[in-house]
Design a protein around this ligand. Structure first.
Ligand SMILES: [Zn+2]
Length: 148
């Protein structure tokens, strides 16, 4: 039972780990930068170099190792980048919807409303028609509607 709980928590943890931040680099980093970061981190966190009290670094070491195995392989890195992209799109995409100007239905006061996923109505004013593209923010959450 205890083992089960452990494996569950480590699964959800590793899902949230960003390999780039583990290796202190970013998606633009070259393989050489990734390699050199990996080498210095692995020295710092290698379990053999830690005292027993610092067993937390075992986890750290495993993550560093896993991150490096993924990011040092061109194909795996590409796949990982695609996952990250999808993840960031799903989790923090600011654009909730794209609307065509021609599809907007303004009322007599020149306001069109769009129901945001948070439940709030996003108000779109007729002045958006003057601009090529407008980004309207929801007043209640971080979503935006792109009008073009
Ligand atoms: Zn909203």
């Amino acid at each position: 039972m205890e083992n089960q709980e452990n494996s569950l928590s480590s699964t959800s943890e590793s899902r949230d780990i960003n390999y780039y931040s583990v290796l202190q680099c970013n998606q633009n980093s070259t393989i050489d930068e990734i390699k050199s970061n990996y080498r210095s981190l692995i020295k710092k966190f290698h379990p053999d170099k830690q005292s027993k009290e610092q067993s937390y670094s075992d986890d750290k070491f495993i993550h560093i190792d896993k991150a490096y195995k993924t990011l040092s392989d061109e194909q795996l890195r590409k796949e990982y980048d695609a996952v990250l992209l999808e993840k960031s799109f799903n989790e923090s995409s600011l654009i909730y919807a794209e609307l065509e100007k021609t599809g907007l239905d303004f009322d007599s006061e020149g306001v069109a409303v769009f129901p945001c996923r948070c439940g709030q109505n996003i108000e779109i004013y007729k002045s958006v028609l003057d601009d090529e593209e407008s980004l309207i923010e929801c007043s209640e959450c971080t979503n935006c509607v792109l009008i073009k």
